[in-house]
Design a protein around this ligand. Structure first.
Ligand code: MF3
Ligand code: CO
Ligand code: CO
Length: 250
């Protein structure tokens, strides 16, 4: 690995560990009765206390430090006084900016006991992300990632959101390439060792279509069906990839 990769990998790893640590803290309070703005406060403080900045805060006018996307919210939910209740699912998406580099990760948390269907949706979304991460290495195609996710998800009867995608990341929060979570093997750009990007599939129980609410951020499923998401930031190596945003607890 060139000297350049070394610095970008080290710095993204440092940011990624902070972002994952914030979600580990969130997992402790993600219970019935918690408000989404309490989750936001915890993320803000954890990230600050670790010498980093919450990249979502004021990003293109976003008002909070993380995204909290509940039930039929696909992504970019804005933390508020909304109280989470038994049976909800909530995706919490955090991005730490440390020493000029970003680490971006999200998990969907189960609030108390959730339905069997919701559990299957959350499980399938996580498995689809991990399956895609496992095929990543130097010289595969971006389309291989999308195809892996789409096949896994559609076999379970769920659908892949097309309006949002993973992204290159580094000193810039969102950059090329776009990492689609659907597609065909052997198509698109080839990925190369040293590239750093996110894989962050949003998977719906019903139809794949989304719309954005009047607040300009909150994306929801058009049919109001449940949506789940997980996200890791990864760095491509010759024979595989490094996940920068792994939890220390797993
Ligand atoms: N973290 C989100 C992503 O995975 C982006 C959030 S942008 C915000 O790319 F402004 F909504 F916070
Ligand atoms: Co992202
Ligand atoms: Co994110």
């Amino acid at each position: 690995m060139s000297k350049n990769f070394k610095e970008s990998f080290e710095k993204t790893r440092t940011a990624g560990i902070i972002a994952a640590g914030a979600l580990d803290e969130v997992s402790k309070i993600a219970q019935p009765g918690v408000r989404t703005d309490e989750i936001d406060k915890l993320c803000y403080e954890y990230i600050n206390d670790h010498g980093a900045y919450s990249a979502p805060l004021f990003y293109r006018g976003f008002p909070k430090s993380c995204c909290t996307s509940t039930n039929h919210v696909v992504c970019h939910g804005i933390p508020s006084d909304k109280i989470l209740k038994e049976g909800d699912i909530v995706n919490v998406d955090v991005t730490a900016l440390k020493d000029g580099w970003h680490g971006d990760t999200s998990r969907t948390f189960e609030i108390g006991e959730i339905s069997v269907k919701a559990k299957k949706l959350v499980r399938t979304t996580y498995d689809a992300m991990m399956k895609a991460i496992k095929i990543v290495k130097d010289d595969i195609y971006l389309g291989d990632i999308g195809a892996t996710i789409q096949k896994h998800v559609e076999a379970e009867g769920f659908s892949v959101v097309q309006d949002f995608c993973g992204h290159g990341i580094g000193q810039v929060f969102h950059k090329e390439p776009n990492v689609l979570h659907y597609g065909k093997e052997g198509t698109g750009e080839k990925i190369k060792a040293g590239m750093i990007f996110t894989i962050e599939p949003m998977i719906n129980l019903g139809n794949y279509e989304t719309k954005t609410l009047k607040d300009g951020w909150t994306a929801v499923t058009k049919d109001k069906s449940l949506s789940a998401q997980f996200e890791h930031t990864i760095g491509v190596t010759k024979d595989g990839c490094e996940i920068f945003t792994l939890s220390k607890n797993k």
